[in-house]
Design a protein around this ligand. Sequence first.
Ligand code: C2E
Ligand code: CA
Ligand code: CA
Length: 703
Amino acid sequence: MDKEAITILFCTQERSNQADRIRQALCDAGLTFNWRESNPEIVAHTPTADVILLYCEPASASSLDNWLEAHQSNFPPVVQLLLPDTRPYPTANAAIHLNQLGALATTLLYVTEPNRLKRACEQSSLRLVASEERFRRLFEDTTLASLLITGGKISDANRACATLFGAQRPQDLLGLSLLDLSPPSQPSGQTSAGLAGEAISVTMTQGTHRFEWESLRLDRSPVWLRVITTLLSVNAEPVIHAVFEDLSVERDQRQRLEFLAYHDSITGLPDRNACILRIDQMFTQQPNTQPAVLKLGVDDFKSLNNLFGYQLADKLLVLVSQRLASGLVCEHELFRMPGGKFAILLSEVQSSETLQQIAESTLLLFESPFELEDFSRRLQISIGASYTDSRQINAQTLLQEAQIALSEAQKNKAFHYSLFEPAMRAKRDNNLRLREQLRQALINNEFEMYYQPQMELRSKRVTGAESLIRWNHPTRGLVPPNEFIPIAEESGLIVQMTRWILVDVCRQGRVWLEKGWEDFTLAVNLSAEHFDAGTVEADIDHALSESGLPPQHLEIELTESTLLNRTDELIVLLERLRQRDIKLAIDDFGTGYSNLSYLSQLPVQKLKIDQSFIADYFTNKGNRAVVQATVLLARSLKLATIAEGVEKPLIADSLYAIGCDSVQGYLLSKPMPARAFEMWLESHKAEQRMSVFTAGRRHFPNT
Ligand code: C2E
Ligand code: CA
Ligand code: CA
């Protein structure tokens, strides 16, 4: 057994697995020691030790008590290990909490030192130096700042402590009290003197205490500390051992994280979490309050992101937030919500009229364009509102309702404002249900492609078909695409759905090709969301290679709005598709805002004139003029034209007369399942019953 080492008697009720942890902590601290274990009941019969490390409830230590009493002055010091709910053992010389084992080695040395010094003195002066040195080394070399307080004044301090408080040498701290190193009051507002008094009394009664403290360095600069105090007894005199940890960096980070947790990093505005907290606060502080929320969104924010890239779009958001703030009345609060949205919180709203007025004046703020780098552009925003209106609802619901109203407002291009109504929620719930059913329908194969023929007017030849999806709903029967395509687009399901469509249509094309139909194209509708997802080219490739359909038989229909505001990348992608002989058509032409000269720069071959211009072709002069101008311009740009929604022979005639190339519509046939289409095509070829057209009456020279 090492005579230099201190002998520790670990005294516990039953063999505890804490013993190994404690031994390890002491080894880690560099202490050399001999370890013995004993039960408090039999401790009296075990050979003596330098220190008793007590780890049990005081009640179980009664025999220890008796023994200590019997030996009065000649017993080793007792250090008690505490768990949060262990009661302190009154006879213990020091107590250490189990989660501050780092300080245990110093404590053990400290309490054993008087006895050991005495013994060492009796034995040899050399040993005295050795053991004292060991204690000092631990106290000095630890990187944790620590000091001893005797009689309220600093009686010892290590180098780390001097550095922490900005002293040149540890001695410079001696004789000071902790209050000399503290501001008059702590961040909580309580006086430092009062709180220090409390901390000391907790340490004295419980043996240990842990708290955070704002201190001052010698140059009076503040430092935020975690303090762990331990009560020691040296020669029957209480001494407080304090260990400090500098939390300044941690606190700055914590404050920054707290800020970030409640603020948007782009605009610096409080965020959604902050908004919820604020509304909750309003409800609890003034239970009769009727707060309202205006939720604002920049229309088509996603394509702004695509058009400008995230960095510019972020700058734009900052400008939007500034403009919103400029119109804010002082009791209104502005928040940044996810996805390019904002919320204005109003503490008290009496009527829907007031809300509407505020919304209208907010919309007015967006009349003038935004100037950013070399671009100037008006941004359209929409506003959805919800107010409590003496209903019992919580913050989440209020925000959710405002969002539902906002979605409604964004769909309604005329007003840009809507107030939440319960019917909206029902509609949204229905949408959510549909969304789930759609997901299931994809798995269950409930979709079927229908085909609607397209005919070239000059030759009367059926040149192809547009594929249109149908949903064979197990209970509702055939569901039209207008009911589910927008939901598929909103939810992103459209990508998966179109992947399936492409494969199905290409396979069908391959079948018809093999049956001898040679010169034809099958058109597939592509949604903007699919381009946003970035998989269009790969999905087309997959469908073509999987089916073996040559690419010239595939046509892609894109709407004007898909093309508008899209990045150069889209143009490059379309260019690549064209080079591979895939056809491109612009769908619903005339309903968007694109001008023809812009479109002529795109790799497009065909314009599909929207059916809204065709339906009242004879009764609406304006529409007729649009169609004529479109056909003329398209010709000059070498673009083919096809009119959609042609139901009457006379309209087909007239379209032919003005130079429109092809037609599609009920006049030929409604969209049909593949099998029916095949039969229709056969009979069409066989009969060539073009008598419905006044064929040959051409008023426009064919080029
Ligand atoms: P769209 O692409 O403009 O399709 C033309 C729509 O007009 C089809 O409606 C078609 O049945 C209808 N139609 C054709 N001829 C006539 C006519 O003479 N008179 C009238 N009144 N209507 C006619 P449908 O099939 O209900 O599709 C509606 C919309 O749903 C489509 O408009 C398209 O935007 C979308 N859609 C349909 N199938 C698909 C698809 O497979 N993928 C995608 N992304 N969208 C699709
Ligand atoms: Ca279409
Ligand atoms: Ca169309």
